[in-house]
Ligand binder design. Structure first.
Ligand code: KG4
Ligand code: ZN
Length: 348
C-alpha cells in the first residue's frame, strides 16, 4: 500500500510517500521559518497561505522523486490535529480532495501520534510496550505505549512545553526562532564551570509531570542581572545557554528514568523537535545504559515536523481498515488518549 502523507499543522509543509512493503519512497520538507523569523514566532495566517501555495507543487516533486504517478497511490494521510486551524485546513482539504478524485481512502492523522511513531521509520526499532517522551514546541508528555492507539499518559508539562521554553529563552538573548537549535549551538561555546546553574523543576518530588515556566523565569532573571552589571557579553550568553540546556536535559532524563522504572520497562523512544537535541540523546544513551535500558529516536529531519511520520502513522491505521469521512474534521486540540486502538474498528 502506497500512502501519501501530508503534514501542514504548523510552519513546515512536509510531504512523503510510504510504501507498507518497501518503506519510505520519498519525502520533502519545505520550512516556512524564514517567513516567520521577523515576527519572532509563527504567524498563523501566513502559515496557512503558504501551505496552500506549497502543498501541490511539493506533492508533484515527491511523486517524481518516488518515480510513481498519483494514480498509483492507494491512500492519503493528512494531519488533522492538533495544530493551527487554518494550517490544518489547508492540508486536510487538499489531501481529502485528492483522495476523492483518485477514489482512494483518506485518513486524518494525529500529529503527536505521527511524532511518536517516527522512530519506527529507522532501522532499529523498539518493540512495544515502551515509554515515549514526546517533546515538541507544544507538548512535553511521557506516555506508556502498549500498541498503536494504546496510549497511557503518565505525565506532562503543567505549563510551557520544553521546546517552548527553549524558544522563549532564545528570544530573551536575541536569538531567532526556533530557539532550540540556536540555544544548542550557542551552548557549544559555553563553559561548564561558569558557576551558572538553573533549577531542575519538579525533580525533587515524586511524579512524572513537568513545569518549565519557573526555569524560564530563572533564565530571565540571570540575563537581567548580567545586563544590570554590564556583563551580558557573548561568553555570558553562551554560558547561560549551556546551563539552560543542561537544566532541561537533566530534567527530561530524570523523568524518563523514573517512568521506565515505575512501569518496569526497558525501552524509551524520544520524539518531537526537542528529540533532535544532541545533548539529550547523549545523556539518555549514557544514563539508560546504566539501567540496562535503551533509547530510540528518529534521524533529525524526522524529529521536527515532516510528512514521513504522517504517511507512516496513517499507513498503520489505513492497513487496519480505518479511514475518515468526506466531511473534514480537524482539531486544534486533541488528547492522544482519544485515539482508538487498532483492530477495534470495522474494516471496510
Ligand atoms: O515537533 P516540532 O518540529 O513542532 C511542533 O510540533 O511543535 O518541534 C519544534 C520545537 C521548537 O520549540 C524547537 O525549538 C525545538 O523543537 N527544537 C529543538 C531542537 N530542534 C528543534 N530544541 C532543542 N534542541 C534542538 N536541536
Ligand atoms: Zn510537531
Amino acid at each position: 500500500m502506497k500512502v501519501l502523507g501530508l503534514e501542514t499543522s504548523c510552519d513546515e509543509t512536509g510531504i512523503a510517500i510510504y510504501d507498507t512493503e518497501k518503506g519510505l519512497l520519498a519525502h520533502k520538507i519545505y520550512s516556512q521559518i524564514a517567513q516567520h523569523a521577523e515576527y519572532g514566532g509563527v504567524v498563523p495566517e501566513l502559515a496557512s497561505r503558504d501551505h496552500v501555495r506549497k502543498t501541490l507543487p511539493l506533492i508533484d516533486e515527491v511523486l517524481a522523486q518516488a518515480g510513481i504517478r498519483k494514480q498509483e497511490l492507494n491512500a492519503v494521510a493528512y494531519t488533522s490535529g492538533p495544530g493551527l486551524v487554518g494550517a490544518l485546513m489547508a492540508g486536510a482539504t487538499i489531501g481529502r480532495s485528492l483522495a476523492y478524485a483518485l477514489n482512494i481512502p483518506a485518513l486524518g492523522v494525529h500529529h503527536m501520534e505521527g511524532h511518536l511513531l517516527a522512530p519506527m521509520l529507522e532501522e532499529t526499532q523498539p518493540s512495544m510496550p515502551f515509554i515515549a517522551l514526546l517533546v515538541s514546541g507544544g507538548h512535553t508528555q511521557l506516555v506508556r505505549v502498549d500498541g498503536i492507539g494504546q496510549y497511557k499518559l503518565l505525565g506532562q508539562s503543567l505549563d510551557d512545553a520544553a521546546g517552548e521554553a527553549f524558544d522563549k529563552a532564545a528570544k530573551m538573548i536575541g536569538l531567532p526562532y526556533p530557539g532550540g537549535p540556536q540555544i544548542a549551538k550557542l551552548a557549544e561555546q559555553g563553559n561548564k564551570e561558569s558557576g551558572l546553574k538553573f533549577p531542575r523543576p519538579m525533580t525533587d518530588r515524586p511524579g512524572l509531570d513537568f513545569s518549565f515556566s519557573g526555569l524560564k523565569t530563572a533564565f530571565l532573571t540571570a540575563v537581567h542581572d548580567a545586563l544590570d552589571e554590564g556583563r551580558c557579553d557573548e561568553q555570558f550568553k553562551a554560558d547561560a545557554a549551556l546551563a539552560f540546556e543542561l537544566a532541561i536535559v537533566d530534567t527530561l532524563v530524570i523523568k524518563c528514568r523514573r517512568a521506565l522504572e515505575s512501569e518496569g520497562l526497558k525501552s524509551l523512544i524520544i520524539a518531537g523537535g526537542v528529540s533532535a537535541n544532541k545533548r539529550l540523546r547523549e545523556q539518555l544513551e549514557t544514563q539508560l545504559k546504566k539501567m540496562k535500558a535503551s533509547v530510540f529516536y528518529a534521524r533529525p529531519e524526522f524529529c521536527t515536523d515532516n510528512g514521513a511520520m504522517i504517511a507512516y502513522a496513517g499507513a498503520q491505521r489505513l492497513l487496519d481498515g480505518q479511514s475518515s469521512e468526506l466531511n473534514l474534521s480537524i482539531r486544534a486540540r486533541w488528547p492522544l488518549s482519544d485515539l482508538p486502538p487498532l483492530n477495534e474498528v470495522a474494516h471496510g
